[in-house]
Design a protein around this ligand. Structure first.
Ligand SMILES: [Zn+2]
Length: 125
């Protein structure tokens, strides 16, 4: 099967579990897990253990590469707008979409098209 992939954990092969053993007696090898899907780290790791191993080895490099925070990020009234909706109560009353300011709790109505348009934002300066 070609759609199997390997766990990206840098120490996966050193975690000695039965399912990692390949080969016969006298010729045993522990090897990196290979599966069609994994549940951790966006599908890249077989376990939190392997995700942590990877982060311990590469986390600092990754953060430096993509940008280390050097000051706090801030949620203000200006950037606290999120799209949300209320479930409709029946077929005759569809969902109500709106922008919600998570700080002030102000709501501004949206059409469903605007809600689904990832490029649609409020023009707030
Ligand atoms: Zn693993």
């Amino acid at each position: 099967m070609s759609d199997l992939k390997y766990c990206q954990g840098t120490q996966c092969h050193t975690h000695m579990t039965q399912d990692r053993i390949k080969g016969s007696k006298g010729n045993k090898v522990y090897q990196t897990r290979r599966r069609s899907s994994f549940y951790y780290g966006n599908g890249n790791f077989c376990s939190m253990w392997c995700l942590n191993d990877w982060f311990n080895d590469f986390g600092n490099k990754a953060i430096d590469h993509f940008g280390r925070l050097t000051e706090p990020k801030k949620l203000t009234e200006q950037n606290a707008w999120r799209k949300d909706y209320d479930w409709g109560t029946s077929i005759d009353e569809p969902h109500r979409h709106y922008f919600l300011n998570t700080i002030t709790k102000e709501r501004r109505p949206l059409t469903e098209e605007q809600y689904n348009d990832d490029n649609y934002t409020l023009n707030i300066s």
